[in-house]
Design a protein around this ligand. Structure first.
Ligand code: URA
Length: 185
């Protein structure tokens, strides 16, 4: 079994799908490798690709604020994406790109071994919970899978596009904190 660092080195050399041709950096993940909570987004955008870190653009700034509001520091949680290389023009990752990449995320989840997984947005929820997941209808409800408590919520970029999603997302974040406190006590 790889260490997280070994897995990252492996990913940096990956050329399993065409996204490797257009990437600047592989965006492996960030945060506390022993965190009890892991946030999983969709895929790197422009800024993430340039900096090699997840959630550092506009959506990332909102995400940081939401973390802060529930009294988490970014360094205390672990953050990754469904795909580790930027899809051109920020389109959704294609099924074959996800298929090429998802085993890396599976290993990463095994190595971090969180108790809580937060799916940020539909692409994340559809690849982690079920392929027909409807984020608007089914977000905010805990899903238990194996040892994981999974919370699907809106992607922070969706909150930037549609203010009306902010309140339900805030409710989800408060629930995430409650579950976290419950699980550490
Ligand atoms: N959106 C994502 O889904 N992931 C990132 O890392 C940045 C933006």
């Amino acid at each position: 079994m790889y260490s997280l660092q070994g897995l990252e080195e492996y990913c940096i050399r990956c050329n399993k799908c065409p996204l490797h041709k257009t990437r600047t950096n592989v965006v492996f993940g960030d945060g506390d490798p022993n965190s009890m909570i892991m946030f999983i987004g969709e895929g790197p955008g422009y800024n993430e690709d340039k900096q090699g870190k997840p959630f550092v653009g506009a959506a990332g700034q909102l995400f940081d604020k939401m973390l802060k509001a529930i009294e988490f520091k970014r360094e205390e949680v672990y953050i990754a994406n469904i795909v580790k290389c930027r899809p051109p023009n920020n389109r959704n990752p294609l099924a074959e790109e996800v298929r090429s990449c998802i085993d890396y995320l599976r290993w990463q989840v095994k190595l971090v071994n969180p108790k809580i997984i937060v799916c940020l947005g539909a692409v994340s929820a559809q690849n982690i919970i079920n392929k027909d997941f409807k984020i608007t209808k089914d977000r905010g409800i805990w899903v238990k899978k194996g040892n994981f408590y999974i919370m699907p919520t809106f992607h922070p970029a969706a909150l930037l596009r549609d203010e009306s999603k902010k309140r339900p997302a805030w409710e989800d974040f408060k629930n995430i904190k409650v579950k976290y406190e419950e699980l550490i006590s």
